[in-house]
Structures are given as structure tokens and as C-alpha cells.
Design a protein around this ligand. Structure first.
Ligand SMILES: *[C@@H]1O[C@H](CO)[C@@H](O)[C@H](O)[C@H]1NC(C)=O
Ligand SMILES: *[C@@H]1O[C@H](CO)[C@@H](O)[C@H](O)[C@H]1NC(C)=O
Ligand SMILES: *[C@@H]1O[C@H](CO)[C@@H](O)[C@H](O)[C@H]1NC(C)=O
Ligand SMILES: *[C@@H]1O[C@H](CO)[C@@H](O)[C@H](O)[C@H]1NC(C)=O
Ligand SMILES: *[C@@H]1O[C@H](CO)[C@@H](O)[C@H](O)[C@H]1NC(C)=O
Ligand SMILES: *[C@@H]1O[C@H](CO)[C@@H](O)[C@H](O)[C@H]1NC(C)=O
Ligand SMILES: *[C@@H]1O[C@H](CO)[C@@H](O)[C@H](O)[C@H]1NC(C)=O
Length: 247
């Protein structure tokens, strides 16, 4: 109890000191500092534009790729870092951009794994996530199903392998999913029928649909074909209908 009070008091004192002397400790500023530090920036976009030497409210809103909720407040709305030649792993620090709704890291040279805690710990509130055209490898994390606000997920043109996690079916707001041009395998989970999904150039296949005839199940495996891509929307409605029939 006593420790707690002292600790709270020291936090308050620290907060007072920090908030009056140094805007740079503010959460979203911290977020961008950490991101800049964790990425390699061979072309120098971030080096030239993300200058933390004289931060006041609204400073970060002029950084390239940073969109704020209000131009005079250091609160990141979207981060659009597409096509900047960035290298390294998925950036750290994003958990401090607590109001961020969109993250676009597409068309860079990022590699390594998509973090296993991407949604619960890092970018929980994003509605759009674009990691396409990088060199991300390994699996799509199960935790992707915890980004419950996600509308659009773009993972195409990476080196992702393993199967598409069933947890994606928890994403009730998801309207578009693109995982084309990866090395994914296994069954495609049953997703919201209205979703526009693109599985081109993987080795995935649809759920086996089971039809009952005279009480004998006929198992009808559907493999992804070119023709199938063209009519994906219609087919996934079909899958949904069949699955709800068995619910
Ligand atoms: C940044 O996020 C971490 C982890 O959530 C937290 O402990 C830390 O206090 C945050 N920093 C700021 C300046 O908000
Ligand atoms: C950052 O801005 C300060 C002035 O606020 C300037 O002196 C410094 O050269 C800038 N740094 C870079 C890398 O542009
Ligand atoms: C990505 O990085 C590799 C070296 O790691 C380099 O050879 C390649 O040219 C880079 N590609 C792009 C598009 O920047
Ligand atoms: C993340 O989702 C899984 C189910 O996929 C669930 O068991 C877990 O509790 C969720 N974690 C959080 C922190 O919401
Ligand atoms: C995915 O690829 C990595 C190498 O990048 C490999 O170690 C791992 O076993 C692969 N996983 C699956 C499920 O194929
Ligand atoms: C699909 O969209 C239609 C209207 O476009 C809507 O009525 C229906 O509830 C949606 N279904 C799901 C599962 O979201
Ligand atoms: C699927 O995605 C790939 C890669 O983004 C794209 O080239 C292709 O046109 C898409 N296919 C459909 C049917 O949208």
C-alpha cells in the first residue's frame, strides 16, 4: 500500500516534470521515435523528414507518411510508409500510437515474421493494414483474429507460409482480404460471405463441402482453380450457406 502510494506519487512527479519539459515523451511521439529507430532507411525519407529535435504539439503531423487526427495535435490517425525503401523487421513502437486506425507499410523491403502479438499488443484498433509487397515470412499469426476493427487486410506478395488461420473468421468487419502470391497451404477458413478475398498463387484449397444424400455424406473437395478465383464471391456465399446449414 505504502509502496503503491510512493510509486504513484513518483509517477505523478515524473509526469509533471516530463510533460512540462519534454513533449518527446508523449505516447505518439515515442511511437514514431521507436519506429524510426527500428527501421533501416537507406533512401533517407525518415532521416530527412522525421526530425525530433524541436517537437511541439502538431510537429509530427508534418512528418512524411504521418496523418494526424488534428493538425495541431500529436495523435496519429494513419501511418502511410509505402514505397520508402524501408528495410528491417516489422517496426517496434506501434503500441504507443494508441489512436492509429490505418497502417500501410506496403512496397518496402521489410522481412522477418509478422509479430505473434500484432493485434493484442501493437495495433489493436486498425481498420486497414497493408503489409503487401515486402519479404515477410513465416505464418499469418493466429492473433490476426484479434484486430476486431479490421476492414481490409492486405498481405499479398510476401513469403508467408503455413495455413490461413481460422481466427480470421472472427473478423466480423472484414470486407477485403488479399493474401495472393505467398506460399500459403492448407484449407481456407470459412469467412464472412460478403468478403472480397484473393488467394491467387498459393497452394490453398477450400473446405470440403459435405452434402447429405439418403443419409450418406458425399464429400466434395473443392480445389482452388483459376475459374474459382473469378467467381470467388459467389462461391464463398455458397460455402457460407452450406456451413450454416450444418450449424
Ligand atoms: C509506450 O508503450 C508502452 C507499452 O504499452 C508503455 O509501457 C509506455 O508507457 C508507453 N510510453 C508512452 C510515452 O506512452
Ligand atoms: C532538425 O531540425 C533542426 C532545427 O529544428 C536542425 O537544426 C537539424 O539540422 C534538423 N536535422 C535534420 C537531420 O534535418
Ligand atoms: C531489398 O534489400 C536487398 C538486400 O537486403 C537488396 O538486394 C534489394 O535490392 C532490396 N530491394 C528493394 C526493392 O529495395
Ligand atoms: C485473441 O484471440 C483468441 C482467439 O483467437 C482469444 O482466445 C484470446 O483471448 C484473444 N486475446 C485477447 C487479448 O483478446
Ligand atoms: C515456413 O518457412 C520457414 C522458413 O522461412 C520454415 O522454417 C517453416 O518451417 C515454414 N513453416 C511451414 C508451416 O511450412
Ligand atoms: C451481406 O451483405 C448484405 C447486404 O449487402 C447484408 O444484408 C448481409 O447481412 C451481409 N451478410 C453478412 C454475413 O455480413
Ligand atoms: C489478386 O491479387 C493479385 C495481387 O495483388 C492481383 O494481381 C490480382 O489481380 C487479384 N485478383 C483478383 C481476382 O482480384
Amino acid at each position: 500500500m505504502e509502496y503503491r502510494q510512493i510509486s504513484t506519487l513518483s509517477h505523478v512527479v515524473m509526469w509533471l516534470l516530463l510533460s512540462h519539459t519534454c513533449y518527446g515523451t508523449e505516447s505518439d511521439v515515442m511511437c514514431l521515435r521507436k519506429i524510426k529507430k527500428s527501421l533501416k532507411d537507406p533512401i533517407g525519407y525518415l532521416a530527412s523528414s522525421w526530425n525530433f529535435s524541436n517537437i511541439v504539439e502538431g510537429s509530427i503531423c508534418t512528418f512524411s507518411g504521418v496523418e494526424c487526427w488534428h493538425p495541431d495535435e500529436n495523435k496519429v490517425l494513419n501511418l502511410r510508409l509505402s514505397n520508402m525503401g524501408l528495410e528491417g523487421q516489422f517496426p517496434s513502437g506501434l503500441e504507443n500510437c494508441t489512436s492509429m486506425t490505418g497502417l500501410d507499410l506496403s512496397n518496402n523491403n521489410l522481412s522477418g515474421l509478422i509479430p505473434a502479438d500484432i493485434c493484442t499488443r501493437r495495433i489493436h484498433y486498425v481498420t486497414t493494414l497493408d503489409l503487401s509487397s515486402n519479404h515477410f515470412s513465416g505464418g499469418i499469426p493466429l492473433d490476426m483474429g484479434n484486430c476486431s476493427y479490421l476492414n481490409a487486410l492486405s498481405l499479398q506478395h510476401n513469403q508467408l507460409n503455413g495455413s490461413i488461420p481460422q481466427t480470421l473468421s472472427q473478423l466480423s468487419r472484414l470486407r477485403s482480404l488479399n493474401v495472393a502470391y505467398n506460399s500459403l497451404t492448407g484449407l481456407i477458413p470459412i469467412l464472412n460471405p460478403n468478403i472480397s478475398a484473393n488467394f491467387t498463387n498459393n497452394r490453398v484449397r477450400y473446405m470440403q463441402l459435405i452434402f447429405w444424400s439418403n443419409s450418406f455424406p458425399l464429400i466434395w473437395p473443392l480445389f482452388v482453380s483459376k475459374q474459382f478465383h473469378a467467381s470467388l464471391r459467389r462461391k464463398s456465399v455458397f460455402c457460407g450457406v452450406v456451413s450454416s446449414y450444418f450449424d
